[in-house]
Design a protein around this ligand. Structure first.
Ligand code: 5GP
Ligand code: MN
Length: 352
């Protein structure tokens, strides 16, 4: 497998995060690992695996998430120790302020950490970015390990662990965390997952004794009856298809959220469903925010349609080619209008 780190990066890593240092009690390096707001399987998986690995090496490592994460990720080993900034600001801020080193996992911009980004920006601790998103923000980390060609940050972390000679000691639980993020960021290996190395890496994780079928069930077979009924309702009543442009728009309001007793994370994955329709190229899922007067936008596509460009141009966001997101400040009607404008603008790419 091609190495991801240059010799300069390895030297810088050793300087910022020496792996072979003594472990004198009370003098350990204090590391805070951050992830993006609305953490997904890759964010929690990569951050918990990094934390566990670094703790084994005698570091003090704490994962800090900007906001809560869905219940279907709570079983991930180490997820119970993740500190959530926006829920416990007063307790978490000092932890970030005391860090000797901050590792930004699965995000390449300070703004992806919401309010936690300000606390991180105010810290003088050096930063390492480990991420696979396009266009990392310049100048925010001393060591930038950015690999947008990889499926997931978990894949990136695993490859770093291998390159740094740390695979032998990788634990079963760390392998579970890493597999989870690789699986969730590829829709259970149905997209962004055709490079042969991915299966070599999966094999290396299986060798640690992980039960990949159980991990799949833990993440994807956790529906409540309400979620399943909501899915049926949205598909039957709310799905709007533009057959000429091979695009779909599905909306979800706060009134529906109450009616179906929707829990945090319950709408996860709904945006992918319309892509199951033959020939569909783009799916847009719009959901009203529960706190602010805005609509969250999720975009998914197949083949070469650039969701990230549409997200940047129309929804003030970004992301990957086949999965991106953003928001529209305003009502659902305004968001639908904006989505239709976006589809019109990109019609030449969608019609073909
Ligand atoms: P989701 O639709 O699951 O919320 O987001 C899919 C992907 O789009 C995320 O992994 C992330 O890369 C990107 N994304 C979502 N929302 C935003 C946003 O507001 N800004 C940027 N830059 N990227 C986003
Ligand atoms: Mn990711």
């Amino acid at each position: 497998m091609q190495s991801l780190l240059t010799p300069e990066q390895i030297a810088l890593w050793q300087q910022l995060l020496p792996l072979d240092e003594g472990r004198e009690e009370g003098k350990q390096q204090r590391i805070v690992i951050t992830c993006h707001k609305g953490p997904d399987g890759d964010a929690i998986g990569s951050a918990t695996a990094l934390a566990s690995w670094l703790r084994r090496l005698g570091k003090e490592a704490t994962v800090v998430a900007p906001t809560i994460f869905p219940d279907f990720l709570k079983w991930i080993p180490g997820a119970d120790q993740v500190l959530v900034y926006d829920k416990h600001e007063a307790e978490v801020q000092p932890v970030v302020e005391a860090a000797d080193l901050i590792i930004m996992a699965d995000h390449g911009e300070l703004s992806r950490m919401a309010a936690l980004g300000d606390v991180v920006a105010a810290s003088t601790a050096p930063r390492i970015m480990i991420d696979h998103h396009l266009d990392p923000q310049q100048g925010i980390a001393q060591l930038v390990i950015s690999h947008p060609e990889l499926s997931s940050t978990c894949e990136l972390v695993l490859r770093l662990i291998i390159e740094l000679g740390q695979y032998e000691a990788l634990t079963h639980d760390e392998a579970v965390s890493l597999y989870t993020g690789m699986m969730t960021d590829t829709g259970a290996f149905t997209y962004a997952s055709s490079r042969p190395e991915i299966y070599q890496l999966i094999s290396l994780l299986l060798a640690k004794g992980i039960d990949k079928d159980k991990i799949y069930r833990n993440v994807f077979f956790t529906y409540s009856p309400d979620r399943l009924r909501l899915m049926g309702y949205l598909l039957y009543v709310k799905l709007e298809l533009d057959r000429k442009r091979h695009a779909a728009i599905m909306t979800f309001t706060n009134a529906e959220r109450r009616r179906f007793r929707t829990l945090n994370g319950d709408t996860e994955g709904f945006v992918n469903l319309p892509l199951q329709i033959l020939g569909m190229k783009l799916s847009i899922f719009l959901r009203e925010d529960t706190e602010r007067p805005l609509v969250r936008v999720s975009l998914r596509s197949v083949d070469d349609f650039p969701c990230n460009e549409m997200a940047a141009e129309f929804f003030g966001g970004g992301g990957h080619k086949n999965a991106a997101g953003g928001e529209v400040w305003g009502t659902m009607d305004q968001a639908v209008k904006r989505a239709k404008e976006a589809i019109n603008k990109y019609a030449p790419l969608l019609r073909a």
